[in-house]
Design a protein around this ligand. Structure first.
Ligand code: CDP
Length: 224
């Protein structure tokens, strides 16, 4: 059976997850949020004393991570990704996790472990996968590749509204700083840096609603 892979990469808070989830639901594909995986590992490190005094204990994290895995939950109607048997939610979307995640994501052994897991998780069939290195590394042969960008202030405002809506006490300037810092760290890291694949379709979402971007993606897929 021929399976299809849609890769959605781009900068922080460009709407990748929202759009990828909708696309997967529209096409009846599995949605794989790879940012979730890097965030969960950051949460795991923070909550197991593998980050102390601002330092990541890399050797210990590597040993601990090797014993972990991601699986699909079997008993829920919508497929959810579990890490060591547990589904994670808002606790991995906090500003604290966002300030650590790009440092965790630049570690070679973390990327190697997660990319392996991503390939295993996608063996079920057609997927929409979003992240930073999907169209360039994880699925360099993806059938469709999108690369999302937007003005940093607009992206920070979207993330600010989201976190405020969840009751997190955050300031706009710290969110903006986090978005800009992460873009910089993600784009300049040595391994699998964030960059547009040569054959990806770039969409600047600054002036468009989620619905408009979604329609653009769907029409690109259906017309080719
Ligand atoms: O949703 P948001 O744009 O804030 O980010 P995310 O997709 O949840 O990803 C969080 C972080 O994980 C990114 O800033 C990257 O540092 C890292 N990441 C990565 O390195 N490679 C991926 N394929 C996905 C995420």
């Amino acid at each position: 059976m021929k399976t299809t892979v849609i890769a959605v990469d781009g900068y922080a808070s460009t709407g990748k997850s929202t759009l990828s989830k909708r696309l997967a639901s529209e096409l009846n594909f599995t949605y794989i949020d790879t940012g979730y995986m890097y965030r969960v590992v950051s949460y795991f490190a923070l909550n197991n004393n593998l980050i102390t005094n601002g330092v990541i204990l890399e050797d210990q994290l590597e040993v601990a991570l090797a014993k972990t895995n991601f699986t699909w939950s079997e008993n829920s109607e919508s497929k959810q990704m579990m890490f060591n048997g547990r589904v994670y939610g808002d606790e991995i979307r906090t500003l604290e996790i966002s300030t650590w995640v790009s440092r965790i994501a630049q570690l070679g052994f973390v990327r190697e472990h997660l990319v392996n897991q991503q390939r295993i998780l996608s063996q079920l069939g057609s997927v929409v996968m979003d992240g930073r290195d999907i169209g360039t590394v994880v699925f360099a042969n993806a059938d469709y590749k999108f690369f999302l960008t937007a003005d940093p202030k607009v992206r920070a405002q979207r993330r600010y509204d989201e976190l405020q809506g969840k009751g997190e006490d955050v300031r706009f300037d710290e969110i903006l700083k986090n978005v800009v810092d992460r873009d910089h760290q993600d784009s300049t890291r040595a391994i699998s840096p964030l960059k547009k694949a040569a054959d990806a379709i770039e969409i600047d979402t600054t002036l468009f609603s989620v619905e408009e971007v979604f329609q653009k993606m769907v029409s690109t897929i259906k017309s080719s």
